[in-house]
Design a protein around this ligand. Structure first.
Ligand SMILES: Nc1ncnc2c1ncn2[C@@H]1O[C@H](COP(=O)(O)OP(=O)(O)OP(=O)(O)O)[C@@H](O)[C@H]1O
Ligand SMILES: [Zn+2]
Length: 371
């Protein structure tokens, strides 16, 4: 069989394998059970959260030869062809590449003919917000009163750009960004099925980096597997993402609070030698300062609330929060934040970051001695 990227190979085959979209899935389940199936569905939400996947599952549920079902058989020829992407009554259109009204006419011209193999002809229009005004008008005519054997599934990452006239004729489903926990559980599940070794921290990093998109998480994982020769290690993921690991972020922040010029210079020299995303250093330092501020204000706060997590470093972070002054931390935070904002006008990112750290070092704040 041809090589398939992880994100495609592990596209859920059942509704129950979809993660993080419980509300949408239970509404679909009820609709299918009761046989109340609207003629036009609109799935919206950020990239890589399951829109196309759910649309295809819906096509299978509606056209399975055993009958309409939340759990289609996956054995009949309709189910098989839908999974392979060869089913004749499922029309998948990427609106981003077919925006013109001629395309829409060509697509909808034979809409009155009955389906060839299934109960329904299904039109899945991805990135529907990209259609031209004329295309929307043409679509609107059909969507107002489609023949009984037609179902539309529209998907978009940009709801604001879909005309209200179209919106008001569809049943809406909002897909949420998927939580870090759910992403990391799914990635770990897939890696164990693929017999690939991984470090937990590496998966956490990938899951945070993908910002709610499971597709992005799986693509990053794929990249990490190839860099690591089949193993997903924390070190490789840090390198791949161009990030300093948490320990170094903690180290440079402590050096700043102690006003340890020598240590700062040696860390900056180290950073210059590796391939790094400079802006990210400021972002991670800001996150750490936020965490310290929260701990000063709420010493007993639930650890899960804090996202600069690394059990080995936690003790030190708690210690800093006990011995530093809130106003000082806020001032450091503000200085780094302004530096981050001004990065785009610095001669380059390295100079921008180094000057920002120097500015923070020279603030009129007493150094903390005993960390
Ligand atoms: N909720 C989810 N549950 C399980 N897997 C998911 C989910 N969302 C995305 N994936 C994984 O990511 C891949 C891409 O997802 P999908 O094509 O459904 O995203 P999408 O929301 O349509 O994205 P886009 O808006 O970019 O088209 C899937 O093949 C699957 O592996
Ligand atoms: Zn079937």
């Amino acid at each position: 069989m041809n090589y398939q990227i992880l994100a495609n190979k592990w596209r859920p085959k059942y509704f129950k394998s979809i993660v993080g979209q419980n509300n949408v899935i239970s509404a679909i389940k009820n609709g299918l059970k009761l046989g109340r199936i609207h003629h036009s569905w609109l799935l919206y939400g950020m990239r890589g959260t399951g829109k196309t996947t759910i649309a295809r599952l819906l096509a299978k549920s509606l056209n399975c030869q055993i009958g309409i079902s939340y759990i289609p058989c996956r054995i009949c020829s309709n189910c098989k062809e839908i999974e392979k992407g060869t089913f004749i009554d499922l029309y998948e259109i990427d609106a981003a590449s077919r925006t013109k009204v001629e395309d829409m006419k060509e697509l909808l011209d034979n809409i009155h003919y009955s389906p060839v193999k299934g109960k329904f002809k299904i039109y899945l229009i991805d990135e529907v917000h990209m259609l031209s005004k004329n295309s929307f008008n043409y679509l609107l005519k059909t969507i107002e009163e489609p023949p009984k054997h037609i179902k539309f599934v529209l998907a978009t990452t940009n709801l604001e750009k879909v005309p209200k006239t179209i919106l008001s004729r569809c049943l809406h489903f909002q897909l949420k960004p998927i939580s870090i926990f759910e992403i990391s559980e799914r990635v770990k599940f897939i890696l164990s099925k693929e017999n690939i070794l991984f470090e937990q921290e590496a998966i956490n990093l990938l899951s945070i980096e993908s910002e709610g998109s499971l597709r992005d998480a799986l693509n990053l994982t794929e990249q990490a597997i190839s860099i690591g020769n089949g193993i997903v290690s924390t070190k490789n993921v840090y390198n791949m993402l161009g990030k300093l690991d948490n320990k170094k972020i903690l180290k440079i922040t402590i050096a700043l609070l102690r006003k340890d010029f020598k240590e700062i210079l040696s860390i900056l020299e180290h950073i210059r030698k590796i391939n790094i995303n400079w802006e990210n250093i400021l972002i991670e330092m800001l996150k750490l300062l936020y965490q310290i501020s929260m701990l000063i204000s709420f010493p007993k706060i639930d650890q899960n609330y804090l996202f600069f997590k690394d059990t080995n470093n936690n003790e030190q972070i708690y210690k800093i929060s006990r011995i530093s002054k809130y106003a000082d931390i806020q001032l450091y935070y503000h200085t780094l934040l302004i530096g981050q904002k001004e990065l785009s006008i610095a001669p380059n990112f390295q100079i921008g970051v180094e000057m920002t750290i120097l500015r923070a070092l020279h603030l009129d704040i007493d150094p903390i001695k005993h960390i």
